[in-house]
Design a protein around this ligand. Structure first.
Ligand code: F6R
Length: 221
């Protein structure tokens, strides 16, 4: 486990990702939205050619949103990154048809995920894999915990109140070649400590990363 603890991490993390893309232009990435990675994506957006051969999978999506909701995970990632860098392949997650989880799994199975970029919920969730989610789980429709529903109001500003979503499962996140977790702010101090120093348990999904051989935590001070 590597830990970067530095206020300039969005820049460093973006530089690290660009270096990986130079080494391996056809990388397959799975990317979170939420608010924490956005400064890193803004940096990456200044390199319009870096993702030309890369494939990007959206990590998760809220259910029950109007098609034009600007704070959906898809709309957010498109606005901050995808629209600027135009990867060779971009796979969003639809929430309105039952076959979607299997179709996302098929996308993942077409080649290993090289790098997963995650945020972390105050309850330790990764993607929308809430406490108790199975460590081997694959893409699935999931119900959100009350803290996650409340927390998401930061994005939706009262327009909608999603209570479920579709997320890539812990099994595929833990099987990725490399995993990054980005966390910033006081509210994440306790859960980052529990995830990195507490027991590895499905009760704290992020703690399962202790079993992964190549995890980097990008933290602010
Ligand atoms: C977003 C996601 C969530 C967030 C987490 C932290 O795609 O999967 O797990 O990463 O809720 O959100 P922020 O960064 O807004 O604190």
């Amino acid at each position: 486990m590597k830990v970067h603890r530095d206020g300039s991490w969005p820049i460093e993390a973006a530089e690290s990702l660009l270096a990986r893309l130079r080494e391996r232009p056809q990388m397959r990435l799975c990317l979170a939205t939420g608010s924490t990675p956005l400064p890193m994506y803004s940096r990456l957006a200044q390199h319009p050619d870096a993702f030309a051969a890369a494939s990007v999978l959206l990590l998760d999506e809220f259910g029950g949103l109007p098609a034009d909701e600007p704070a959906s995970c898809d709309a957010t990632l498109r606005r901050v990154l995808i629209h600027h860098v135009r990867p060779a392949d971009y796979r969003a997650i639809a929430t309105d048809h039952l076959g979607e989880p299997a179709a996302v799994d098929a996308w993942i199975d077409a080649g290993r995920l090289d790098l997963v970029v995650l945020g972390i919920g105050v309850n330790g969730h990764l993607g929308m894999n809430e406490p108790g989610a199975p460590a081997e789980g694959r893409t699935a429709r999931v119900d959100l915990e009350p803290t996650t529903i409340e927390g998401a109001q930061r994005y939706f500003e009262g327009r909608v109140r999603p209570t479920w979503g579709v997320t890539v499962g812990l099994g595929d996140l833990l099987a990725a070649g490399e995993v990054w977790v980005l966390a910033a702010g006081e509210s994440k101090v306790d859960i980052v400590r529990r995830s990195t120093e507490g027991p590895a348990t499905t009760a704290v999904p992020a703690s399962l990363l202790q079993h992964h051989p190549d995890v980097t935590w990008w933290l602010d001070r």
